[in-house]
Write a protein that binds this ligand. Structure first.
Ligand SMILES: [Zn+2]
Length: 73
């Protein structure tokens, strides 16, 4: 019985196929994720991290310039 991508439900190649190497096993391996969905998830995570870092940098710069938020006032 073929496995399917847990996100887009695309049918996975057989596990002895080289194409299956691009798929990622989820959890105990009973679920799999296709290369497209793996890449998409990773890309989304990277984007979120970059947004957080930029926001933190902006906040720090704002406090430095205005003097607000500093312990010494
Ligand atoms: Zn998929």
């Amino acid at each position: 019985m073929p496995q399917h991508c847990d996100r887009c439900r695309r049918e996975a190649p057989t596990q002895d196929s080289t194409a299956f190497l691009d798929w990622e096993a989820i959890g105990d391996g009973s679920d799999v994720r296709c290369p497209d969905c793996v890449t998409g998830a990773e890309q989304q995570a990277v984007d979120d991290d970059m947004m957080d870092l930029q926001q933190a940098a902006d906040d720090a710069e704002f406090r430095r310039i205005t003097g607000h938020g500093g312990a010494l006032g």
